[in-house]
Design a protein around this ligand. Structure first.
Ligand code: F6R
Length: 341
């Protein structure tokens, strides 16, 4: 097979390491005065809202996965909207936008400020950085990549450090293992080629457990954006109560693929579901997430599956980086002045 262009993936370990250097050491000492109201970053928080879209928003899904394994002290609320969830009590808001120009995320950030919540931006720059920095709000500026989704470690690693600084999760001991997961996946190109070959001419149905939701969503998004390929994710146990009913139709062109982590709480459940699926249609493909820590297996998964989608793009002769319809939608939203940002 011809060499696959791995775009920024070979840089992922160094992106992860570089990006955490930019989290301000004194973030808990910040006090911001917004129109006479003081937002104090040293206070206790009782939830963390991670807001962002697409390749930035998936950081929230990944953090939420990790909290199924880690002893996270407060719930992580993943918000992919232009509004924040209502009736939050004492949240910390992390607004993530690779470009810093995503209207939904800027609107959510503004809402956090107007509601007096401590907020931290994670971005390469753009309007988000300007809006927040002008008000004295901390912004973690992260290294650039060829497109938002290829900068995942630059967005995820600072977020994990922020969780650590706020006493929500103890992550420091696991960061290197996450990098080992990325490195391991970078060596599994032959396997990625085999998997991509299996997905050709099919609609992938990705089965994943709640505690690996982030890996499943990221895989689907990478199939969509890198290979311009349609796919769906079914998250169990819920998907076992509806999506599974459709396997009896023997529709042509569906390819079932399950993602399983080494210590997933729902592992036996997923195995049972796969046996049932196999009794109706072809046996699902299984991707086993390798790693000795939750972060390692998670990072192995997103890296390995991301590379698989680059191989698929190559097999389909599709240019992986550009995502013209997303750009066009952003332009149209701008033109129609849907968002006051
Ligand atoms: C493109 C990509 C998209 C963007 C999304 C939000 O590579 O991954 O899903 O991430 O359109 O844009 P940002 O990340 O700049 O806020």
């Amino acid at each position: 097979m011809v060499a696959i262009n791995l775009i920024d993936y070979p840089r992922w370990p160094s992106l992860a390491r570089e990006s955490i250097l930019n989290v301000p050491a004194d973030i808990r000492n910040v006090r911001v005065n917004i129109d006479g109201r003081v937002i104090d970053y040293s206070g206790e928080v009782d939830s963390v809202v991670i807001t962002g879209m697409g390749g930035s928003g998936v950081v929230g899904d990944i953090a939420s996965d990790l909290c199924w394994f880690w002893d996270c002290k407060v719930p992580i609320i993943v918000s992919k909207n232009m509004r924040l969830p209502r009736r939050l009590s004492k949240p910390l808001v992390i607004a993530i936008s690779y470009s810093g120009n995503t209207a939904e995320t800027i609107m959510s950030a503004n809402e956090a400020l107007s509601r007096g919540y401590p907020i931290i931006g994670v971005t390469t720059g753009g309007k988000l950085s300007t809006v927040l920095s002008n008000k004295g709000v901390p912004v973690v500026l992260v290294p650039k990549a060829s497109a938002p989704r290829y900068g995942l470690p630059s967005l995820l690693y600072p977020t994990l450090i922020i969780l650590e600084r706020f006493g929500i999760a103890s992550v420091a001991n696991e960061l290197e293992s996450g990098i080992s997961g990325m490195e391991r996946a970078l060596k599994a190109i032959d396997e990625a080629e085999r998997l991509a070959g299996e997905l050709l001419n099919a609609i992938p149905i990705i089965w994943v457990s709640e505690s690996r939701r982030g890996v499943g969503i990221r895989f689907k998004n990478d199939l969509n954006e890198n290979a311009k390929y349609f796919a769906i994710v079914s998250i169990i146990p819920e998907g076992a109560h509806n999506d599974i009913a459709a396997v009896t139709t023997k529709q042509v062109g569906l390819r079932h693929i399950a993602i399983m982590g080494p210590n997933d709480y729902e592992g036996r459940y997923l195995e049972t579901l796969l046996d049932v699926v196999s009794s109706f249609v072809a046996k699902p493909l299984v991707v086993k997430l390798e790693g000795s820590t939750p972060l390692e297996s998670e990072m192995y998964g997103v890296t390995f599956l991301g590379i698989t989608t680059l191989v698929l793009a190559h097999l389909l002769n599709v240019e992986p980086i550009s995502t013209l319809p997303i750009d066009r939608l952003k332009e149209e939203l701008d033109k129609r002045k849907l968002f006051p940002v």
